[in-house]
Design a protein around this ligand. Structure first.
Ligand code: 13P
Length: 255
């Protein structure tokens, strides 16, 4: 059985003080969640507050990016060791906004994925096609390149700690969600690709999340699709009540 994980991605939102307020409200709302994993990705400046406020709870914290090096002359960057030191468990890598605005290639993302795994951080590897790629029929080719590139030299054993998030770029922040059937089709493609890259057991056990305008109204029908194992949620993860509805949809979905 693979784990359903519902993760938030706050992006560049919330100060440390606002993060503390969020967790004070959110923690009791999800205290009874047993089956689904709950992860929230917060800005670097809120990580310390977030790990402190969620210590001992069922909520895990993610960073939204990371440098692949342990330390050194990389002004403005944050290393895996620094994240581990704060009690961070997950790191979102290769988000389409980082690919688009900060030039992250599959090779760069791959270095980060390997560095995360080396230090015992769990990468959430984001992949997904742009609108023009969907329209010209290259969705599968693009997703395959991103997964093969992002997971280069990652062995089958290490895949137990990898989460994949399929986020069609045209659905991010646009209010245009992929239909459950559209999303399921790509998720099934990803699972088959993992069979080819690894084996059936790895493919069966990897959590593959959907992201892109997931909200409290559409989460249940997405997460109940056979190969959709949770979500990576942007805007709706900023509001405790809305995110709770999505987490609970994940908690009752059995894979
Ligand atoms: P939205 O849920 O705001 O569309 O963002 C999705 C996303 O990019 C999560 O990583």
């Amino acid at each position: 059985m693979r784990k359903v994980i519902v993760a938030g991605n706050w992006k560049m939102n919330k100060t440390a003080k606002e993060a503390a307020e969020f967790f004070a409200e959110f923690k009791p709302l999800v205290a009874d969640v047993k089956n689904a994993g709950i992860v929230i990705g917060v800005p670097f400046t809120a990580l310390e507050t977030a790990t402190r406020e969620t210590a001992g709870s069922n909520i895990k914290i993610a960073a939204e990016n990371m440098n692949a090096n342990d330390s050194g002359a990389y002004t403005g960057e944050v290393s895996p060791l620094m994240l581990k030191d704060l009690g961070v468990e997950y790191v979102i890598l290769g988000h389409s906004e980082r690919r688009e605005y900060y030039g992250e290639t599959d090779a760069i993302v791959n270095e980060k994925v390997k560095a995360a795994l080396k230090h015992g951080l769990k990468p959430i590897l984001c992949v997904g096609e742009k609108l023009e790629e969907r329209e010209n029929g290259t969705t599968e080719k693009v997703v395959e390149e991103q997964i093969v590139g992002g997971l280069k030299d990652v062995c089958a054993e290490k895949m137990a700690n990898v989460v994949i998030a399929y986020e069609p770029v045209w659905a991010i922040g646009t209010g245009k969600t992929a239909t459950p059937a559209q999303a399921q089709e790509v998720h099934a493609f990803i699972r088959n690709l993992l069979v080819k890259m690894y084996n059936a057991e790895v493919a069966e056990n990897v959590t593959v999340q959907y992201g892109g305008s997931m909200n409290d109204a559409n989460a249940a029908e997405l997460i109940t699709q056979k190969d959709i194992d949770g979500g990576l949620v942007g805007g709706a993860s900023l509001i405790p009540e809305k995110f709770t509805v999505i987490v609970k949809a994940g908690d009752s979905a059995v894979k």
